[in-house]
Design a protein around this ligand. Structure first.
Ligand SMILES: CSC[C@H]1O[C@H](OP(=O)(O)O)[C@H](O)[C@@H]1O
Ligand code: ADE
Length: 297
């Protein structure tokens, strides 16, 4: 096995709207049949590896969590040739021992969002991907080591509760999620991680803790300006994490079991599948359709 090239899609969350570490950076607008992505893609290199950056909320933070077109965002990354995704997000902490400023490499999610498109499939072509292990362990190993090398205090393994927002939680909700054993709370990792899985993009999430949400009696409830202050104080570490991640990538990308998830997940008889949806899946389903001899025109 000689391996292929890495193309890492980096999605920057709140406070991270540019990736200055990219060399030879070029901005390109990529059209998607799934609608408008959050912004142009910025394509460049770090340590000789190809990176594609997308600010999740758009430059200037114009798009709220419920208005994000997650399908278009993942589709344009796939179209740009991404092989893997590294997602960066601001999160609230539901645990005393995960203080603001710390970084957490997330490994589980509870999806409580309800007003978002969550699948590329369903209307004439059905797929059920496994989300038992929603992140890629190998990418998460690299992300953990990179965040440590960037000087962050890093925790490995946490359950992220994805809420709809945009309002923050009530105290009762915050306590409920704590009673469920959740560690972190945010508004964007779902359905992002689900759609990355459907698009056969191995996914890792580095969460940056910005606040204690609202469950502590001795700490004021979360406010946006506190989140931004913590993010700005840690922005350099977030960018440096990406740089260290690039440095640590092996020269060649080994095959990943998540590259072929759709082989086990499509249930529809492709001879009877909706032709329009097959055409719309020209990026996400390109590999599996080619492998099955399905014409995508
Ligand atoms: C700026 S406060 C709430 C906002 O921050 C997080 O965004 P992201 O995950 O993109 O960093 C959170 O999910 C909310 O969207
Ligand atoms: N407390 C919180 N709740 C939801 N999303 C967040 N993002 C950052 N802090 C958050």
């Amino acid at each position: 096995m000689t391996g292929g090239e890495w193309v890492i899609g980096v999605v920057g969350g709140s406070g991270l709207y540019a990736m200055d570490a990219l060399e030879d950076a070029q901005s390109i607008r990529v059209e998607s049949p799934w609608g408008e992505a959050s912004d142009e893609l910025v394509i460049g290199e770090i340590s000789g590896k190809r990176f594609v950056f997308l600010p999740r909320h758009g430059k200037g933070h114009r798009i709220g969590p419920s208005q994000l077109n997650f399908r278009a965002n993942i589709d344009v990354l796939k179209r740009a040739g991404c092989t893997d995704m590294l997602s960066l997000s601001a999160v609230g902490s539901l645990r005393e021992d995960l203080p603001p400023g710390d970084f957490v490499v997330v490994d589980q999610f509870i999806d409580r969002t309800f007003a978002r498109e969550k699948s590329f499939f369903g209307d004439g072509l059905v797929a059920h991907v496994s989300m038992a292990d929603p992140v890629c362990p190998a990418l998460s190993d690299l992300a953990e080591a990179a965040a440590k090398a960037a000087g962050a205090t890093v925790h490995r393994g946490a359950t992220y509760l994805a809420m709809e927002g945009p309002q923050f939680s009530s105290r009762a909700e915050s306590e409920l999620y704590r009673s469920w054993g959740c560690d972190l709370i945010g508004m964007t990792a779902m359905p992002e991680a689900k759609l990355a899985r459907e698009a056969e993009l191995p996914y890792a999430l580095v969460a940056m803790v910005t606040d204690y949400d609202c469950w502590r009696d001795d700490v004021a409830e979360v406010e946006v300006h506190d989140i931004l202050a913590t993010l700005h104080a840690n922005a350099d570490k977030a960018v440096q994490t990406v740089v260290e991640f690039a440095r640590a990538l092996p020269d060649k990308r080994p095959a990943n079991p998540l590259d072929t998830v759709l082989d086990m997940s499509i249930i529809t008889d492709l001879a009877m599948a909706d032709r329009a949806l097959i055409a719309k899946l020209d990026a996400v389903g390109k590999r599996v359709f080619a492998a099955r001899g399905v014409d995508q025109d």
